[in-house]
Structures are given as C-alpha cells and as structure tokens.
Ligand binder design. Structure first.
Ligand SMILES: Nc1ncnc2c1ncn2[C@@H]1O[C@H](COP(=O)(O)OP(=O)(O)OP(=O)(O)O)[C@@H](O)[C@H]1O
Length: 220
C-alpha cells in the first residue's frame, strides 16, 4: 500500500499585492521502503511541501493522504494525531526541546509514538556518530550534531514515513555516509523516506530523485 499520496497540492502566500505560488500542483506518491531525495533551489517550495505533507501546514488546494486516510481539511488536532502516529520529522527549525537532554528528547519521542525502548538510545546515537552526546543539552551541540540528534528523535518514532530537511548539512564526508547508511537501513525496514538535500552523495544513494522548481515537480 502507498504510504503517502498527494494530488494537485497548491499553496499560495501573499505579500502586499504580490502572490507567491509556493506549490503549483504537486502530485506524488511515496511507497514503503522507498528512499527519495528531493532537490531544488532556494525558494522552490521544498520546505512548504514537507510542511503540507506532514499536516503542519494546510494546502490551499489538493489533498494529502497517509496510509489511505485523508489528512487535509481536517482539524489541526486530528492532523497532529496522524502526525504523531505515522511521521518522523526533521525540519529546518529543529525538533529538539531545549530544556531536555538529547537522551530525554529521544525518550520522549519513543513514549509519544508508543514504543518505549530506552535501551536502544545509545545504539541509535552511535549509528549517527553521536557517541557520548546523550546527556548534552541541544544548546551545547554544533549545528551538524543538533541536526543528527534531531534525526535520532525522528528515527525513534519508528515511523511509517520519515521527512527530513537537510539531515547531512554541516557534516564531514565520513559522517554523511553514516547518516545515509542509517536512512537506507530504516528504508529497508519499510519506512518511506523523503529527504530534502543538496548532497550529491545522498542523491546517489536514493532510489528516486525528485527535482522541484517554482513549486512544480520538473523531474521524478
Ligand atoms: N510563510 C510564508 N509567507 C510568505 N511567503 C512564504 C512563506 N513560506 C514560504 N514562502 C515563499 O514560498 C516560496 C517557497 O518557499 P520554501 O521555504 O518552501 O522554499 P525552499 O525550497 O524550502 O527554500 P530553501 O531551500 O531556501 O529553504 C518562497 O518564494 C518563499 O519566499
């Protein structure tokens, strides 16, 4: 079964008299175990698309369905429930609570998603090159470490779909390979993974590369 399906997604923003078409009719499906890279220049609509796919933002037109259940045009509380149940997310704004350690952030996500496995936290961090950082507060991490800690939180949900915005920004090549290995690993266990990236190394390992320009898919 398709994990996520969108039909003709539109999203408009207004600044004074000007209208920006952030999404201009995006239709796509993501299947279990599929590793998809999403590429596009700055301002092409990548973050807007992730926000609409996850129900954080509501598109102005079109539908999003997760495992056959429509998410669009539902109350925010309904969308939030679907998001908690099915999605792992690493957004640009970050997804770590600043007053909790990395370990507590991951543990909280496990509890929210109903699979409390605290014994797996150190292994998860190790697989992302974050050994020894479990008891740090997010403010004490570098940008790249914070992004990977955010990815650990997203992975801890054991999600049906994982959405990541630039998970390998600010990391060296060896660490990037570890992160990509971890993404491939969760895909092989059935998660649909969609990653916004500018990384050639990541796109080369993806099953599928989607290019977006001016809010439209120009290559899939
Ligand atoms: N809240 C908003 N209000 C007004 N315009 C917005 C808003 N969010 C996005 N936009 C506009 O919509 C377009 C798409 O933005 P979006 O952030 O989705 O692009 P992006 O591809 O993620 O860019 P980047 O790679 O720089 O993060 C841009 O023209 C942006 O200025």
């Amino acid at each position: 079964m398709t994990v996520l399906e969108t039909t003709e997604l539109y999203r408009f923003f207004h600044a004074g008299d000007d209208e920006v078409v952030a999404l201009g009719g995006v239709s796509l499906t993501l299947d279990p175990g599929e590793f998809t890279a999403l590429r596009g220049p700055s301002g092409s609509g990548k973050s807007t698309l992730l926000a609409c796919l996850s129900g954080i933002d509501e598109p102005d037109g079109g539908t999003v369905s997760i495992l056959g259940e429509r998410m669009t045009r539902r109350p925010e509380s309904y969308r939030a429930r679907l998001r908690a149940r099915h999605f792992g997310m690493l957004m640009q704004s970050g997804n770590l609570f600043g007053h909790l350690t990395v370990r507590a952030n991951i543990h909280l996500q496990m509890q929210i998603s109903g699979s409390d496995r605290p014994g797996e936290i150190d292994g998860l961090l190790g697989s992302l090159g974050l050994d020894g950082l479990a008891d740090m507060l997010p403010a004490h991490l570098s940008g790249g470490e914070a992004a990977r800690a955010g990815l650990a939180v997203a992975l801890a949900a054991n999600p049906s779909i994982l959405l990541c915005d630039e998970p390998t920004a600010e990391v060296d090549a060896a660490t990037e390979e570890r992160v990509i290995d971890r993404l491939v690993d969760i895909c092989r266990r059935g998660t649909a993974v969609l990653v916004v990236t500018h990384s050639g190394a990541l796109a080369a390992r993806a099953d599928r590369v989607i290019d977006i320009r001016d809010g439209r898919i120009v290559h899939d």
